[in-house]
Design a binder for this molecule. Structure first.
Ligand code: SF4
Length: 270
């Protein structure tokens, strides 16, 4: 039996790491960086990219080891737009710092990986969610996202292709209730109004979220929003379930933040 020691594994994530500074865009490109993005945008359909990531069984590194390809499969080809890809660089697990180290070592590796993954599901908006305490990592990402955009790797018609992607950074000073409210307000306005759950349900959720954000929320709003987002699954087309997805994510992953708005009678991050 061959036993591989840590020294025998090829370096992947830290192959460009410098002892005292971040890897620049030029250094990243000299080691082959962004050639995979150029290749997929020129030669591969988004479906092929999604399948390749699925076949590679690329895993997250946060502990759950959930395959990235499986997450991408949850975005059906007929999902409505806008579509979002979220990079969770918040690392809430106690004692972990893998995301921070990678951002400080080689930020373009994260950015390129995110753009390729976004292309796989044709996401047109990207978010990087990062904790407030990681101020230096957020600054690095802001700067390097600008650099990547100037080099044609982000924004409209990436590398001359028909694919476009914008990326924003969220930190803990971003109110997720306000973000979801903004999205639902958009969806409520865009509904064609043909079926009842979508026509009535989206304004209903929007109004409850607006009251929560304004500090006028009540405990009963939580189950009411939950129930109405379930009804959105009974609408005629994929628009309403797509609109329900950010609401379900808000309640599932940011339920504490919603409840803080209700108990404190104000937005806790303002
Ligand atoms: S679910 Fe589709 S068909 Fe129904 S109202 Fe919404 S957009 Fe129109």
């Amino acid at each position: 039996m061959n036993i591989m020691m840590p020294k025998d594994y090829p370096k992947v994530l830290f192959q460009n790491r410098k002892p005292d500074r971040i890897t620049t865009l030029d250094e990243y490109r000299q080691s082959g960086g962004y050639s995979a993005l150029a290749h997929v945008l020129k030669e591969e359909s988004h479906a092929v990219v999604k399948q390749q990531i699925l076949d590679a069984v690329l895993l997250g590194r946060g502990g759950a080891a959930f395959p990235a390809g499986k997450k991408m499969e949850t975005v059906a080809d007929d999902e409505p737009f806008p579509r979002y890809i979220v990079c969770n660089a918040d690392e809430m697990e106690p004692g972990t710092f893998k995301d921070r180290v990678l951002i400080h070592a080689d930020p373009h590796m994260l950015i390129e990986g995110m753009i390729i993954t976004a292309y796989g599901i044709l996401a047109d908006k990207g978010l990087i969610f990062i904790r407030h305490e990681y101020e230096s990592a957020a600054k690095i990402l802001e700067r390097e996202l600008r650099v990547a955009g100037e080099a044609g790797y982000l924004g409209q018609n990436i590398l001359g292709s028909e694919y476009s992607l914008d990326i924003m950074i969220f930190d803990h000073t971003t109110c997720m209730v306000a973000v979801t409210l903004n999205l639902i307000d958009f969806f409520a306005r865009e509904s064609c109004g043909w079926c009842t759950p979508c026509r009535e349900g989206l304004p209903y959720i929007r109004d409850l979220l607006a009251r929560i954000e304004a500090g006028e929320g009540e405990e009963a709003f939580f189950p009411a929003i939950e129930e109405m987002s379930r009804h959105l699954g009974n609408a005629y087309c994929a628009f309403a379930p797509g609109a329900a997805a950010p609401v379900e994510s808000l309640l599932t992953y940011f339920g504490d933040e919603v409840r803080e708005h209700i108990t404190q009678k104000k937005c806790p991050v303002k």
